[in-house]
Design a protein around this ligand. Structure first.
Ligand code: MN
Length: 209
């Protein structure tokens, strides 16, 4: 059975950029719901329990429609949010460092431009979804996915993700997704992102789950 991971920090930690109420509802409402729905299908089809979540997401087309839809939406939701929480920490304006910064500068002519492209991608995702930065064949690529889809489902390796579902920002930002995205950069835990980047550079999964 899949488990809701423990939060390693308090809901208020990311204030004022992400408010405590949003964190609470997002974690205990949305994420817990994805885990519950995923486990309900695992209970009906115990063979699913023998596989990792990464494997399930990479092999969605092996399942019948009724299983596939539940695993794609709720397994995707569980993966994406397990990816999300450790990626957040108030950073006092810190920038990415090391190899990650080298690849950003080489591919995007600097962090400001990288952020701008990431923002355009995140803004143009219509409805619920995620913006991602992945590493593929020597470079960083930015794109978005709908619903709870993610790059793992395409065989890609993400190292940075942004939840742009309204549930991630609506209580504080209402329709201003742009402000939420701008403030996101104040709560990126670069330690997590950099260590994931080093893993995907070597072709490893950023998250084993
Ligand atoms: Mn979410």
């Amino acid at each position: 059975m899949f488990k809701l991971p423990k939060m390693s920090y308090g809901y208020e930690t990311l204030e004022p950029y992400i408010d405590a109420r949003t964190m609470d509802v997002h974690y205990n409402g949305h994420h817990a719901g994805y885990v519950k729905n995923l486990n309900a299908v695992v209970e009906r089809y115990p063979e699913l329990a023998e596989k990792s979540l990464v494997w399930l997401l990479q092999n969605l087309n092996q399942f019948s429609e009724d299983i596939r839809v539940v695993v794609q939406n709720n397994g995707g939701g569980h993966y994406n949010h397990t990816f999300w929480w450790p990626q957040l920490k108030k950073n006092d304006g810190a920038l990415p460092r090391g190899l990650l910064m080298e690849y950003i500068e080489r591919g995007y002519h600097g962090f400001e431009n990288f952020k701008q492209i990431f923002k355009q991608v995140a803004l143009s995702r219509f409805g619920g979804g995620w913006a991602w930065a992945i590493y593929e064949q020597g470079k960083i690529i930015i794109y978005s996915t709908p619903n709870q889809d993610n790059p793992i489902m395409k065989g890609h390796l993400p190292f940075l993700g942004l939840d742009v579902w309204e549930h991630a920002y609506y209580l504080k930002y209402q329709n201003r997704r742009d402000l939420y995205i701008d403030n996101f950069w104040n709560v990126v835990n670069w330690d997590t992102v950099e260590s994931r980047f080093l893993r995907v550079l070597e072709g490893k999964q950023p998250l084993e789950i």
